[in-house]
Design a protein around this ligand. Structure first.
Ligand SMILES: Cc1cc2nc3c(=O)[nH]c(=O)nc-3n(C[C@H](O)[C@H](O)[C@H](O)COP(=O)(O)O)c2cc1C
Length: 214
């Protein structure tokens, strides 16, 4: 089966992976890098189904047309600080996250965890945590120059849109995983791999832009 994805809502952690030998042994929240180096060969993964590559052939005219359409769609992406509370089908969120899970990753470790939160109470708790940290960022951590550079964007630590949005998608990087023998599994390039997955997620979310903007 090429795609194995699990979906739970309401704050429970879930993995969206194309294959997953260790579904239960997840590190849901990891914000720091590990300096540890494990030189032991980690061996081939079990339960890894090969997903064959397939490619369509397009004419030059089709390629130009498709690349133009994709550019025009993504050129409509904007970082907005006000969001609609209009409901979105869960299936759309699942598909968007599945798309992010097609991302390349260092040594195919897929070191990401996507958590979908819909519960208003949890969304609000997340808002409180984010705002508390962001206030410290603005007032203490970032420094005058950074805060000054942000003035033209008129951003601050108040994020009411975290209550408004029908879903929050939290993205965690797994700095390491676990092998079947209980040893740590190195997740090479985990930060850049998760960043690429975030980029693909943002691109996939463009399917949600309203028709009147398209
Ligand atoms: C790594 C990164 C960090 C960002 N941090 C914030 C942030 O803390 N607050 C915010 O409102 N926007 C943030 N942004 C959004 C940028 O301000 C935004 O991408 C930029 O102004 C360009 O606008 P656009 O995304 O609409 O093209 C961030 C973007 C990136 C890529």
């Amino acid at each position: 089966m090429p795609v194995q994805a699990k979906v739970h809502y309401g704050g429970e952690c879930q993995r969206y992976k194309r294959w997953s030998p260790e579904v239960n042994k997840i590190i849901p929240i990891c914000f720091c890098f590990l300096a540890e180096v494990d030189e032991e060969w980690q061996g081939p993964e079990e339960n890894v189904a090969h997903v064959p590559f397939s490619a369509e052939h397009y004419t030059e005219a089709e390629m130009i047309q498709r690349s133009k359409m994709f550019y025009e769609l993504l050129n409509k992406r904007r970082s907005v600080r006000f969001l609609s509370d209009e409901p979105v089908p869960r299936e759309v969120i699942d598909n968007v996250i599945r798309t992010a899970g097609t991302s390349p990753s260092g040594a195919h470790t897929e070191p990401w965890t996507f958590v979908v939160v819909q519960d208003p109470y949890l969304k609000h708790k997340i808002r409180e945590i984010v705002e508390e940290e962001e206030e410290i960022n603005y007032k203490k951590r970032m420094g005058d120059r950074w805060v000054n550079d942000l003035k033209r964007l008129r951003t601050n630590w108040i994020k009411e849109y975290l209550d408004t949005a029908p879903y929050l998608i939290l993205i965690f990087k797994q700095v390491y995983g676990w092998l079947p023998n209980g040893k740590k599994k190195t997740h090479y390039y985990n930060e850049i791999s998760v960043s690429i997955a975030c980029g693909i997620l943002l691109a996939a979310l463009q399917v949600l832009i309203p028709k009147k903007l398209a």
